[in-house]
Design a protein around this ligand. Structure first.
Ligand SMILES: Nc1ncnc2c1ncn2[C@@H]1O[C@H](COP(=O)(O)OP(=O)(O)OP(=O)(O)O)[C@@H](O)[C@H]1O
Ligand SMILES: [Mg+2]
Length: 304
């Protein structure tokens, strides 16, 4: 588990994170979400000791990163996908990592193969595309077969095959008990990858918990009902005090803020015939926009 406790980080007058507290559970993929400049990368850097908090702390397995017995086999991080020597080849870069950390040489070809880089192993990194650089960053993070993976926007620049590969990789890592914290701005991808979420805005915690709690809570679902007597249905549902609308062509009622069980029960008690009763969940993107609406630092058009 990763524990972030009252983490405050200031760069001069700029506050990047403020009293931020959350946990990242083991055996799950946790999506780390927040608008541009909300403090995600800062928080991740503090987790691995690349930045020191102004106040508070970030602990991995209950200790500071620097106190881990074997940091590189415990935590693999992709924090800056361009952090390579440009004149080295991918193979040379990974060999340096292996040699300096006591990993066997065989791990280099294994990882090159696993990350789809075997074909460009002898190409200089300065000639790499964005996606190839991302793959090499992920390869570096995976070298020590770590229990914890911290990936800051790993799918940025990856092709669909690469995106799917990262998704499978992190899900599999969590399935075997690993801990994954992954940031991304691709909400649909996050919805498919993460089971847990931490959402921040302006350096502060907005919400955290299981992803289902975000998209499937009554506040984020719409129940659709139809039947031969919509007027009577509307009256029967009024006692639930829902937000109630008729669909555009008037043949369906849309109810927000109530579960399908509550709606179905109220209609059953009123003895009404039901032709349709379905639940529509909000997309993660809708939920994210709603949660972070007030916390967006940079907005096109300057409306703040
Ligand atoms: N080294 C630094 N010096 C000064 N300010 C910094 C530094 N690093 C980050 N900041 C500021 O701290 C805030 C948080 O930045 P951070 O990079 O952590 O955000 P982020 O959530 O990762 O954003 P993005 O989604 O754009 O990657 C921003 O306002 C940023 O300008
Ligand atoms: Mg960032």
């Amino acid at each position: 588990m990763i524990t972030v406790e009252n983490l405050t980080k200031r760069y001069g007058k700029k506050t990047a994170t403020e009293q931020l507290s959350f946990t990242v559970p083991s055996g799950q993929v946790t999506g780390f979400l927040g608008p541009n400049g909300s403090g995600k990368s800062t928080t991740m850097r503090c987790m691995v000791g690349l930045d020191s908090p102004t106040q508070g702390r970030a602990l991995i397995k209950g200790v500071h990163y620097s106190q881990l017995d074997s940091p590189l086999t415990t935590v693999g991080a992709l924090l800056d996908a361009k952090a390579f020597h440009p004149a080295r080849t991918a193979k040379q870069h990974l060999t340096v990592v292996a040699e300096t950390h006591g990993f066997p040489r065989s791990r280099v070809s294994e990882i090159l193969d696993m990350t789809g880089l075997s074909g460009v192993a002898d190409k200089k990194v300065k000639g790499f595309s964005l996606g190839m650089g991302q793959r090499l960053g992920i390869a570096t993070a995976m070298m020590g077969n770590p229990e914890y993976l911290l990936l800051d926007e790993p799918v940025n620049g990856l092709d669909p095959d690469g995106v799917r590969w990262v998704r499978d990789l992190v899900k599999n890592h969590a399935r075997i008990g690993g801990t994954v914290l992954i940031s991304s701005h691709l909400m649909s991808e996050m919805a498919m990858t993460a089971t847990n979420l931490v959402v921040i805005g302006n350096g502060r915690l907005i919400a955290s918990g299981p992803i289902k709690q975000f998209t499937e809570s009554a506040g984020h679902t719409t129940v659709r009902v139809s039947g031969p007597d919509l007027g009577a249905m509307g009256e029967a549902l009024n006692q639930l005090q829902p937000r109630l609308e008729r669909s555009e062509n008037g043949d369906v009622l849309l109810i927000q803020g109530r579960t399908s069980a509550e709606v179905g029960h109220a209609l059953h008690v009123a003895g009404l015939e039901i032709h349709e009763l379905t639940t529509l969940h909000s997309s993660l993107e809708d939920v994210f926009m709603e949660l972070t609406g007030q916390a967006v630092e940079f907005r096109a058009g300057g409306n703040r």
